[in-house]
Write a protein that binds this ligand. Structure first.
Ligand SMILES: Nc1nc2c(ncn2[C@@H]2O[C@H](COP(=O)(O)OP(=O)(O)OP(=O)(O)O)[C@@H](O)[C@H]2O)c(=O)[nH]1
Ligand SMILES: [Mg+2]
Length: 200
């Protein structure tokens, strides 16, 4: 793969039910902090961080969404997304099912270039876990997703999770796909390889 000449910007959206730890994950990664009682996110918060890997040269623009459905739908329709992190709480099956529904939704809308990562958070609390690592890993493998279990609180696998998503986005050349779609949109005589990209 050719080395990048400038800094690439990747848009990453974090989706998942309320209180699964979306804000805690993004703050741990970007600000290196953890708060026991963060305020619920209203709408969306934007954070950016340049990945401290000299060979990658990537700046992540992270959209930390509210667990409220209406906000996320609006955001998905208005943003060019390179990757999506689908977060669940390993103690909460409803949140796991919701994360899987996001996979179905995103695939159904034909965003084939979006790198999807399934993330089971709060692994620092082994008691009362209801989603086993094996179950989630199996689902992720079957559906071509990246998979991690994390703890924002104990800072486990957070950096690796973001890094792996960025590496996969680069490997799949998602930026080139989006640029191609932009170009074809300008020239309406040509059809886009991904006809429904206008959703983004
Ligand atoms: N034990 C533990 N608690 C966590 C972890 N991550 C987040 N929490 C707690 O879970 C609760 C919800 O965290 P948030 O980060 O606000 O969750 P959210 O998904 O952003 O919630 P909304 O913005 O309302 O959608 C807070 O009490 C956090 O302290 C973790 O890794 N381990
Ligand atoms: Mg939040």
């Amino acid at each position: 793969m050719e080395p990048l000449t400038g800094e690439a910007v990747y848009n990453l959206i974090i989706l998942g039910n309320r209180e699964v730890g979306k804000t805690s994950i993004s703050w741990r990664y970007v600000k290196e902090v953890f708060y026991k009682n963060p305020l619920p996110t209203e709408g969306v918060d934007f954070l950016t961080k340049t990945i401290p890997e000299p060979n990658l040269r990537v700046r992540l623009k992270i959209s930390d969404t509210s667990g409220k459905e209406c906000f996320r739908e609006i955001l998905l329709k208005s943003t060019r997304v390179h990757g999506a992190m689908l977060v669940y709480d390993i103690h909460d099956r409803e949140s796991y099912d919701a994360a899987k529904q996001w996979v179905v939704k995103l695939k159904a809308r034909q965003y084939p270039w979006i790198v999807l990562a399934l993330v089971g958070n709060k692994m620092d609390v082994p008691k009362d876990r209801v989603i086993s690592t094996e179950e989630a890993k199996h689902y992720a493998q079957e559906n071509g997703l990246l998979f991690s279990e994390t703890s924002a609180k104990a800072d486990i696998n957070i950096t690796e999770c973001f890094l792996n998503i960025a590496i996969r986005i680069r490997q799949m050349d998602v930026t080139a796909i989006l640029e191609e779609c932009d170009q074809r949109m300008k020239n309406r005589n040509q059809s886009c390889r991904f006809p429904r990209f206008r959703w983004l």
